[in-house]
Design a protein around this ligand. Sequence first.
Ligand code: UD2
Length: 355
Amino acid sequence: MQMYAMNSKAVPAILLTLLLMVVLYYYLTQSSRVIVSPCPTSCWTSEPKDRVPTYVIPTGYVFHLETPDHLQYSQPSIVKGRTDVVAVTPWLAPIVWEGTFNPVLLDSIYKQKKISIAVTVFAVGKYIMFLKNFLETAEQHFFVGFNVHVYVFTDRPKEVPKVNMAVGRQLTVRSVPSSKRWQEISARRMELIQKLIEEQLRKNSDYIFCLDVDSKFHDRWGAESLGGLVAVIHPGYYLDDRGKFPYERQSASKAYVAHGEGDFYYCGGAFGGILEEVYLLANTCRSNFEEDAKNGIEAAWQEESHLNRYMWINKPSKVLSPEYLWQDFKPRNPEVKTVRFSGVIKNYADIRPNV
Ligand code: UD2
């Protein structure tokens, strides 16, 4: 009888311990991957902030870099290398230029990880005309040999061109409404990127890059560009004093950057990183953009202004040189040894829905 009473108390205790162990095991195995933000979409809508609360900062970013044994590549040096450009920011993030990385080494590290890279590209209205070139050149130069999933957002799904894609690469079309204002199309991208991450990407992707469609690839864009939060230096301003950067200068705007502040001027046309970093960026820029709109403000360069404000407070962990978004109308500067991706020449009056 005594024995039976003891067992009847012990059984629930054992079951509870087992349950706790299962929960603990699940928690530990999940946290080794990129975490899913516990903050729902509505978290910051009423009170937009630049500073990301510590409880939503991704913790699962994997730094472990394993190479295959006996991999042959040229010996690295810490005293020889490029001397004409700066390859590290003051907060010690790499600035990627041709000649600062070894593509063979990087590919061998990241191919083993079997990562998946999502790409977003918007082709609304007449901008659909740029998509074929974008997709075809991406096949030749963008993460060749990796799993790449391109998400095309368009109001003209029937006009999406058929482009042969290599094994491991795929394309999904998402319909979006047309718009009468190009500013709105450009700015709404943040909201749609945020939704895509929430609805789809957390299931199947590790990294995301968000790119302008009126552009094409000319040379390798690969694993050297991977990082937590990745920004691209705008080709038009990197030789200028920061007083000349076209930041939003109205102090009432959520995109405001004061004179004497700001590191670099970054492109709105290319940015990326791990999903949760880009999610935080998109969520913050979108809610700050909406807050401005409520107050009748549109920042000087729409979401690019909000992105620049965000990156001033939340420093990118990898910065890509202007090789990663040049402009075809600009002659190449001597420090730009290769152009990997560039904006094509276009006549805005012909292609935008408004002037
Ligand atoms: C700059 C940025 C762009 C954005 C914009 C400010 C670069 C190279 N470009 O370019 O990313 O920050 O300033 O708003 O940094 N789009 C359409 N249909 C349209 C209009 C735009 O699909 O009718 C999409 C398309 O993906 C395009 C992107 O929005 O690539 C940006 O528009 P843009 O290229 O006209 O902006 P632009 O040249 O002023």
